[in-house]
Design a protein around this ligand. Structure first.
Ligand code: 13P
Ligand code: SF4
Length: 344
């Protein structure tokens, strides 16, 4: 596609969101990225949270964590450029060890991934011997390597149920764990970080959680929902399952980022509010001009927002930042991720 074609395409989708002079500049960057992508035999994976001009111009595939993991596992390209955060790029490397995986911004982290270490998981396993461990993909490779199976927001309850176990350790998102506990009718407890031996093992619990939080989704409150509904009584509210159970309960629908997109595409509410990273609202509005989206844009993911078209261009030009996972950790982490992928 020529630069002008990219510009025209962006203009159709984003004329209400991005000023024209900026669209021209972004189209130039996108054109250069797409040329380099071809020359270097690279594939670009873009998470649903990417900013609108990037999201609608350079990714070969867009999606939620699960969909992008699948694409990373299946690609025949030499280079995977991951427009997302570090744990996602690491998951791509875990599944495609022979490929070069690039993350355009060095520091694109995640508060959930930062909330738990491999040592924490080893301590929990000592505290609850023999109990299977499920970890959310929003964790680093060494944490995944200590666990039996991973999950994403789109398959968390199915993964827990697939284990057919009396008790399951579910890490590290406190809110996702509580939402899964509710969905699977399980009773949940939260051990303290150094609380070995503190629990009465006769107690009736089936899920053991951790106090990790998404710094974005924890900010939404039931009061926000009440305020929005007071002003727009006909709004459909969609909450990501990293929101608190109270927020999920007060919403109309809760699911992964891609499932939220499908919900908006396939339903016909007068307007929608997404309780998640605000760029996704822009991306949906751009792709569905007939839908009205309300946005709470003071809540942003600083990590996802680190990924820009400029950084993606530099990433391809200078082969940066290369994601590596030590082989002994990768092999163990791959078992947990692949086991999840077979569940769907
Ligand atoms: P999804 O898997 O639903 O895309 O979520 C990833 C994420 O980081 C949400 O904050
Ligand atoms: Fe992590 Fe939350 Fe950002 Fe998702 S939105 S990458 S869970 S900090």
């Amino acid at each position: 596609m020529s630069m002008d074609e990219i510009y025209q395409q962006l203009k159709i989708k984003l004329h209400d969101v991005v000023p024209d002079f900026e669209l021209k500049y972004k189209a130039e960057l996108a054109h250069e990225i797409n040329q380099l992508k071809k020359e270097k035999n690279a594939v670009i994976l873009g998470h649903n949270y990417m900013e609108p001009a990037l999201f609608h111009s350079i990714p070969d595939y867009t999606g939620d964590s699960l969909e992008l993991s699948r694409q990373a596992a299946e690609t025949d390209k030499d280079i995977i450029v991951f427009c997302g955060v570090r744990f996602m790029a690491e998951t791509a490397k875990i599944l495609s060890p022979g490929k070069t995986v690039l993350l355009p911004a060095k520091e694109a982290g995640c508060s959930l991934a930062a909330s738990i270490t491999a040592e924490d998981v080893r301590n929990l396993k000592k505290q609850f011997p023999g109990v299977p461990v499920v970890t959310y993909v929003n964790t680093y490779a060494d944490v995944k390597a200590e666990t039996d199976i991973c999950c994403t927001s789109s398959n968390a309850s199915a993964v827990v149920e697939s284990l057919n176990a009396d008790t399951v350790i579910f890490l590290p998102d406190e809110y996702l764990a509580k939402n899964v506990a509710k969905e699977t009718s399980k009773h949940i407890i939260f051990p303290s970080k150094n609380g070995i031996g503190k629990f009465n093992n006769d107690m009736d619990y089936q899920l053991i959680g951790w106090h990790g939080r998404c710094e974005v989704h924890e900010k939404f409150t039931v009061e926000d929902i009440e305020n929005i509904r007071a002003q727009f009584p006909d709004v459909a509210i969609l909450a990501h399952p990293e929101c608190s159970p109270e927020v999920v309960e007060a919403s109309d629908y809760s699911a992964s980022t891609s499932a939220m997109i499908k919900y908006v595409e396939q339903s016909s509410a007068p307007r929608y509010l997404l309780l998640t990273e605000c760029s996704m609202g822009d991306n949906i509005a751009a792709a569905n001009p007939d839908k009205e989206l309300l946005r709470l844009c003071s809540v942003r993911c600083p990590h996802m927002n680190e990924i820009t078209l400029e950084d993606t261009l530099d990433s391809l030009k200078y082969n940066q930042y290369v994601i590596d996972v030590p082989e002994e950790i990768r092999v163990k982490a791959a078992r947990a991720v692949e086991r999840m992928i077979t569940i769907g």
